[in-house]
Design a protein around this ligand. Sequence first.
Ligand SMILES: *Cc1c(COP(=O)(O)O)cnc(C)c1O
Length: 239
Amino acid sequence: MSATETPDRAGELRHRLAQVRERIEAAAAEAGRDPHEITLVVVTKFFPASDLRILAELGVTDVGENRHQEAHDKVAELADLPFRWHFIGGLQSNKAAAVAAYADVVESVDRAKLVPGLARGAQSVGRELDVLLQVSLDPPDASGGRAGVDPVDLSSLAARVVETEGLRLGGLMAVAPLGEDPDVALGRLARIRSEWLEEHPEATVLSAGMSGDLEAAVRAGATHLRLGRAVLGERPPVQ
Ligand SMILES: *Cc1c(COP(=O)(O)O)cnc(C)c1O
């Protein structure tokens, strides 16, 4: 039986979600932060739409997807639910407009080439799109491109977003590199962000923290945690 076919999936998700919320509250308390300033984004990639219906009933407001086709299909199927949809995956520039037409937030903006398509997609549905800039936490000499803009290029990318009609600059997003102490990587992120806030005091979102490093992310000032496995269990194999 796979994780998504347990007889009482609703009970399982209720239980896991309660544990995750306790973890967030404990991390916030330890960091001297108000847990209410931290938003849980449940990453639902690979899990069926039926799980998202359960999550909505359990009070989840924000969900994240990382692949365009899957996200597009789920948004269409779940149009009756008031979710805020976060696109968190690597984005091809030829898909940017399509993603912007259904996403509420695109968290993975890492290059200026995405900007015109995102703006066009947002304007096609007559609204402003919230955009986060994904900043790379890799050491400068890292090979094998993980996503994210180099911190030295952050200001110019931000300027492109700010000057573009249809886009609203919300803040920053990052993924801690594998194999490094998350407190070290996310500490670097916290420093990048404090400089960032001097230039962009209104762009306060910091999306960081996954199931394995949420406590470190809360310590580093994350306002949004992107949690998949902690809430939903191990992901089903790729179809
Ligand atoms: C899958 C994914 C997550 C969630 O990871 P978990 O380890 O399942 O919590 C968070 N952020 C991004 C960008 C992801 O692709």
